[in-house]
Design a protein around this ligand. Structure first.
Ligand SMILES: Cc1cc2nc3c(=O)[nH]c(=O)nc-3n(C[C@H](O)[C@H](O)[C@H](O)COP(=O)(O)OP(=O)(O)OC[C@H]3O[C@@H](n4cnc5c(N)ncnc54)[C@H](O)[C@@H]3O)c2cc1C
Ligand SMILES: NC(=O)c1ccc[n+]([C@@H]2O[C@H](COP(=O)([O-])OP(=O)(O)OC[C@H]3O[C@@H](n4cnc5c(N)ncnc54)[C@H](O)[C@@H]3O)[C@@H](O)[C@H]2O)c1
Length: 449
């Protein structure tokens, strides 16, 4: 049987395009179907836009610390100028990717993709056939089903705001709210975070989260825990948010950041017996769905590891190698670092502090009050702290880092964990001095000894 394509991808995010490029480079005939912006969430309205907007705030946070120590002057950031920069920069990425696809003879089909049968995908009213199909449809923001839900905004809308509202209320104290609130409060907005649970960032070490919450509170963010939002109403000027517990907040903008849900509906999965649930499409250890030549990749997969860009890219690379016969083994994930862009940043990788506490026979927890020990290397970050988890073989099994530089340092830790480095290995290496990473490596060496 001859098909139109060797491989068709539904969705053009990281879960798809890494494999599409590898397969096209290997001589396969490839098509990518995309209903929205080419290259997906991360590239257009996720990580990249967030990172671009966040970066200057890191300098502002640094200047604030020196100001408090009586050194230097305060900096300022204009959201309007920053957003104009973002709007010049980010929209160039999708056309760049389109150019790359064209150069590699990858057909980009703009439209909504839906499985019609085991080898046929409908793209709006057209149909194409393929030997293999990859479902990389990602996630979308969850939307609270409350009175006034049409007045709620999502992260994509926030990342497009030409001017920052005076009063912003975030619903949910998860990653998106904490990252956006970090920026908004520094520019003087009145910021509320309304959270259903009794704490923020539930997946991260309580100690580290408490430090970040306290710092945001000191900067003016008002946290409201144990509150379920019931309704949002339009006032003559602004909005009124009410919770079931009786909290009432007058605000100008409400961002619903209560999680993200997989795009599994209206894909034709049911007719082919492809199983899915609230967490995504069910796959086996080869990322195959119930139909073996139909794979799922990235955020849309039902999985317990973090739904992040690097995991989507890893899965995409795996699928390409599997289809090419380069790798026939089940997928094996290395440890996955994750990072919250607050000040300080919170990063963690490998065995968590909670897991280590629950298994004291196998893990030792080493707390390093980094900012207090080595002030000159932490740029006045007194609160910087590392928690290192060491296994019985005296290897690093996990770590959580609290520091503005955690985003870079966590990759070094990831490398040490994956390479199973021991203190003796680190002793054979020379690192540049002085610097945060040098001090981190010394702390690890001591912990592993
Ligand atoms: C605000 C925000 C910030 C983030 N920050 C980070 C970060 O700092 N670090 C990090 O690692 N991750 C971050 N993420 C997560 C990251 O964006 C995702 O993990 C990543 O984009 C997943 O890639 P994907 O290809 O699986 O899905 P996506 O990038 O969402 O791509 C899926 C694509 O499929 C398309 N699609 C869906 N259904 C169909 C259909 N039926 N037909 C055609 N096309 C379809 C969609 O339009 C979309 O373009 C962030 C996410 C958000 C929202
Ligand atoms: N730095 C990063 O890696 C990064 C950054 C942004 C987004 N992301 C991606 O986006 C996802 C995070 O999205 P998010 O922040 O929307 O979700 P989240 O799951 O991190 O947080 C949602 C929060 O909303 C709360 N909540 C749920 N229902 C509620 C209700 N009715 N009222 C009040 N609070 C409620 C939850 O208790 C939770 O604390 C990540 O899992 C990741 O996939 C990653």
């Amino acid at each position: 049987m001859t098909y139109d394509y060797d491989i068709v991808f539904i969705g053009s995010g990281h879960a798809s395009w890494h494999a599409a490029v590898t397969l096209a480079q290997s001589g396969k005939k490839v098509a990518v179907i995309e209903k929205d912006m080419t290259a997906g969430t991360c590239t257009n309205y996720g990580c990249n836009a967030k990172f671009l907007l966040d970066s200057p705030f890191e300098f502002l946070d640094g200047l604030d610390r020196y100001e408090r120590a009586g050194i230097g002057t305060k900096g300022t950031i204009s959201w309007e100028e920053l957003m104009a920069f973002k709007k010049r920069e980010i929209p160039t990425y999708a056309p760049f990717m389109e150019g790359m696809f064209a150069q590699m003879n990858i057909d980009l089909l703009k439209g909504y993709g839906k499985l019609r049968d085991e080898h046929t995908v409908a793209v709006d009213d057209k149909a194409i056939t393929a030997d293999y199909i990859v479902l990389g449809t990602g996630q979308r923001p969850a939307r609270l089903n409350i009175e006034g839900k049409e007045l709620l905004h999502d992260s994509r809308a926030f990342l497009e705001l030409d001017s920052l509202p005076n009063r912003i209320t975030f619903v949910g104290a998860g990653i998106i709210s904490m990252e956006f609130a970090t920026m908004a409060v520094k520019l003087g907005s009145e910021v509320h975070i309304v959270e259903f649970a009794d704490k923020a960032l539930a997946a991260y070490p309580e100690n580290d989260v408490r430090t970040v919450v306290d710092k945001l509170r000191a900067e003016g963010v008002q946290f409201h825990f144990g509150q379920a939002v019931e309704k949002v109403e339009a006032l003559e000027a602004g909005l009124l948010l009410t919770t079931a517990q009786g909290l009432v907040i007058e605000t100008d903008y409400v961002l619903d950041a209560t999680g993200r849900i997989p795009n599994v509906e209206n894909l034709g999965l049911e007719d082919l017996g492809i199983e899915y649930n609230r967490s995504g499409i069910v796959v086996n250890d080869y990322l195959q769905t119930a139909v073996p030549h139909i794979f799922a990749s990235g955020d849309v997969v039902d999985k317990t590891i973090p739904r992040l860009t690097p995991t989507a890219s890893f899965e995409s690379d795996y699928i390409a190698d599997f289809i090419l016969g380069v790798n026939e083994k089940p997928i094996s994930y290395p440890v996955v670092p994750n990072l919250v862009f607050t000040f300080p940043r919170i990063a963690q990788v490998g065995v968590t502090v909670a897991e280590a506490k629950a298994d004291p026979d196998n893990y030792k927890i080493v707390e390093v009050p980094f900012g207090q020990q080595i002030k000159f290397q932490t740029k006045l970050e007194d609160e910087a702290r590392f928690t290192l988890i060491v296994n019985k073989n005296k290897e690093l099994a996990g770590a959580s880092l609290l520091s503005n530089e955690a985003g870079e340092m966590i990759n070094l830790i990831t490398l040490m964990i994956n390479q199973k480095l021991k203190a003796a290995d680190l002793s054979q290496m020379i690192f540049a001095f002085p610097g945060t990473s040098n001090a981190l490596i010394n702390a690890v060496k001591t912990a592993l000894s």
